[in-house]
Design a protein around this ligand. Sequence first.
Ligand code: HPA
Ligand code: MG
Length: 235
Amino acid sequence: MEDAAVQSEGRSGGIVINDGWPGYSLDLFSYPAHYSGDLDCVFIPHGVITDRTERLARNIMDDLGDHDIVVLCVLKGGYQFCVDLVDRIKALSRNSNRTIPMRVHFIRLKSYLNDQSTEDLHILGAEDLSFLAGKAIVGTGKTMETLLKHVEAFRPKMIKVAGLLVKRVPHNTACLPDYVGFEIPDRFVVGYALDYNEYFRDLDHICVISENGKMKYKIEKEGLQKEANVIQQKA
Ligand code: HPA
Ligand code: MG
C-alpha cells in the first residue's frame, strides 16, 4: 500500500488506513462475478486481513495464555473474523506449550438499515450469559458499548474486545477495542462477512460499495418492517 495512505501503527494499535487511501483497482484481484459493477475498489485485500489476524491471535495468546476463555462472537458481521481469529489461536495453542481452552458463544446485534445506523440496537442470544462468570472474554465484532454493559453484569474475570475494523468517526468517544486490526476512514465497507442489507458477506476482500451497488440492494423501511413481521410470525 502507498506510504502516504497507510501507517504501520496508530494510537489504537491497528494498521492505520488514511482518509486519502483510494483502495486497489478491482481488476487487480479476483472477486465474485455477481458483484461486478457493485463495488468501487478493494479497500483491504483478504490476504492482508488474514495476516493481520494472525498477529492479533499472537497478541491475544501472549496476554491471555494462562486463562480459560470464552469467545463471544458478534453475528453476523463478526463471524468471519471470529472464525479466522479462533483458528489462528488454535494453531498457536497446538504448536506451543501455552494452551488456551476456548469456548465459543454467538450473539447477534442488529442496528443498520441500508448504510445508516438506526437508534434501536437489538441483542439476540445474550439473555443468559451466566457461564461467563469468572472467565476471560474476548469479544469479536463491531464496537459495542451496549453489549459491554450487558456482559459486565455477568461478572467475568476479564473482558477484552477484538475488533477487525475501527472507523475514524467524527466526535467518537467510544472506547477502543483492546485488539484492533485496522483503523479506517468513515466509509461504508462490505465483504469479509460485513454486509449491505445481507449482501456481500460472500466476498473475501473488504471493499467499498459503489453507488450502483447501493441502489441495487437498497431496501425501503416498509420492506424491512414486512420482513421483520414475517420472521416474527414464523418464530
Ligand atoms: N459495513 C457494514 N456494516 C457496518 C459498517 C460498514 O461499514 N459499519 C457498521 N456496520
Ligand atoms: Mg449489517
